[in-house]
Design a protein around this ligand. Structure first.
Ligand code: FAD
Length: 280
């Protein structure tokens, strides 16, 4: 807390104040000194509360992805707010703090993936190839998602009623916004996972594919000062993100989940200012 206090601002908030909400693009790291905050899903259902010495946030705080949850003050709050651009380098300079925050953020993302009603809503039938592709894409990118199949869900049937098959799936974004028959690249950009590239980009190093090999190349290139761009066609992390536990990776004698390894690698690449973009 002392380290955070040196870098951030101490602020207060009243009961009912919203610290961030579903769909926001950005929020600071928030460490609670005193008081309490409830975390709600998009429908306003409470998921949990955080109290003194707790901290808010999830992987999207570091990645810049759209926010999936809302944080509302439930007891008068005194907190330290640290901008994410200030927090990011700190996570690497302060090993124990970095480990605590990263491990917690990754565990929270894994928990969010198991909660109904959080994240991206994908509406389309099982028979729609594009729908199934979108679901695979969301899962591979470890996005919390709700799949609603019109064959078993009347409200979902009403959403897709009258749409041409080419307009499927309907993808509803956290905080509003709906895309009809989007490409995975469009969804990725809408959620802030991949950059919108200019028609022409000049870089020192272009890495095609963000699996462990590509992310490794990006970390080494960017850390040597090369302007590095990583282009990925499906999921940042590649195949390794699908591995439940990797036991044979050097330096992790207890093993590490594929999702943690790849999340750490993506954050490490971004720390050195490598940019990630998605195709189509
Ligand atoms: C379920 C599972 C469990 C595994 N468990 C282990 C394990 O325990 N231990 C172990 O050592 N290995 C394990 N592996 C294997 C390990 O994940 C792979 O060896 C590793 O991911 C290979 O890394 P890579 O970067 O070479 O390729 P990949 O991980 O395949 O990454 C390549 C990336 O490039 C992208 N790409 C390809 N073409 C293009 C293009 N034209 N444009 C843009 N992007 C492109 C792909 O979408 C992909 O994301 C496992 C794999 C799986 C699927």
């Amino acid at each position: 807390m002392a380290t955070l206090a040196e870098l951030g601002d101490e602020r207060t908030a009243d009961v009912g104040d919203v610290l961030y909400q579903v769909g926001d693009r950005r929020y600071p790291f928030i460490a609670i000194v005193d008081g309490e905050v409830a975390i709600l899903d998009a429908a306003g259902q409470e998921i949990l509360r955080h109290g003194p010495s707790g901290f808010l946030g999830e992987l999207n705080l570091l990645s810049g992805q759209t926010v999936f949850l809302t944080a509302v003050v439930t007891r008068p709050l005194r907190y330290i707010a640290v901008d994410r651009d200030v927090l990011r380098p700190l996570l690497f300079q302060d090993g124990p703090l970095g480990d605590l925050v990263l491990t917690t953020f990754i565990a929270r993302r894994e928990a969010l993936q198991r909660i109904e009603g959080v994240g991206v809503e994908i509406v389309g039938p099982h028979s729609s190839e594009a729908t199934m592709r979108m679901i695979d894409f969301a899962r591979a990118n470890r996005l919390p998602l709700a799949w609603r199949d019109p064959a078993h869900d009347e409200a979902a049937a009403a959403i897709v009623s009258g749409l041409d098959p080419s307009e499927l799936p309907v993808v509803r974004l956290p905080g509003g916004g709906e895309l009809h028959g989007p490409s995975t690249g469009q969804v990725s950009r809408a959620l802030g996972i991949g950059l919108e590239l200019k028609p022409r980009e000049e870089v020192d190093l272009l890495v095609v594919g963000a699996g462990p090999a590509g992310l490794g190349a990006a970390v080494y290139g960017a850390s040597e000062g090369l302007d590095t761009l990583v282009v990925e066609s499906s999921a940042l992390g590649g195949q390794a993100g699908a591995s439940r536990r990797i036991e044979n990776y050097l330096g992790f004698p207890a093993g590490i989940s594929g999702s943690e390894l790849t999340s750490r690698a993506v954050i490490q690449a971004r720390k050195f200012n490598a940019r990630t973009a998605t195709t189509s």
